[in-house]
Design a protein around this ligand. Structure first.
Ligand code: 5GP
Length: 192
């Protein structure tokens, strides 16, 4: 998606260890017009899928998913919550996700009321790196018996391999900007 690539080039900052900072439009300040255009592209790409729910993870996924939902017949958006600890009271599906940016594991939960075998889920998130966040979200859908129709990602860092692993397992992953490589010293970003 050219518009997203242009935002990344104009405002993205390449940090050490393969991290791209996009606080100016995606992760802190939010460009809602860009989010709207991203939603329109995902809606076109997944037009043949019977999506009735969108699943994301707090915090950065929420804004993107809520704007995108307007292009999916106002499908409800559920976000996995990052919990302090897993409280297995039976009301929640829970798993743990390893955070690449924070370099630690944290528990995530979704209320059982909000995910069921009737759901045809589109998972949306801001970044795909190693795929740990998505593995966790897919796991929550599996616990609930919900069907994962596809995965929409704003920025995929191809060099971390998570997307390939998910695609080889049969998941349909559509990324709007695909980064082949980034140079932490020059700040250069190469798109696929
Ligand atoms: P993964 O679980 O695929 O390794 O990483 C995806 C998650 O880590 C995303 O939900 C995102 O929050 C965070 N993340 C991974 N790489 C980056 C990055 O380069 N920049 C930012 N801002 N977040 C990232």
């Amino acid at each position: 998606m050219r518009e997203l690539e242009e935002c990344i080039v104009a405002e993205g900052i390449v940090k050490p260890q393969g991290v791209l900072k996009v606080d100016a439009f995606l992760n802190h300040q939010c460009d809602t017009e860009l989010f709207d255009h991203m939603g329109a592209v995902w809606a076109r790409l997944f037009a043949d899928a019977p999506i009735n729910k969108i699943l994301t993870i707090e915090a950065s996924g929420i804004g993107i998913a809520c704007v995108a939902a307007r292009h999916f017949g106002n499908a409800p958006v559920v976000f996995a919550k990052k919990a302090q600890s897993i409280n297995l009271d039976g009301d929640q599906y829970a798993t743990t996700i390893y955070s690449y940016t924070k370099q630690r594991e944290f528990p995530v939960i979704v209320g059982r009321r909000f995910l069921s075998p009737d759901d045809h889920v589109l998972i949306l998130d801001d970044f795909l790196a190693n795929g740990y966040a998505l593995e966790g979200l897919i796991g929550l859908c599996d616990f609930a018996g919900a069907h994962v129709e596809g995965i929409g990602i704003a920025i995929e860092k191809l060099f971390q391999g998570g997307g390939d692993r998910l695609r080889s397992r049969g998941y349909r992953v559509e990324s709007l900007a695909r980064i082949q490589s980034m140079d932490g010293e020059t700040g250069a970003i190469v798109f696929a």
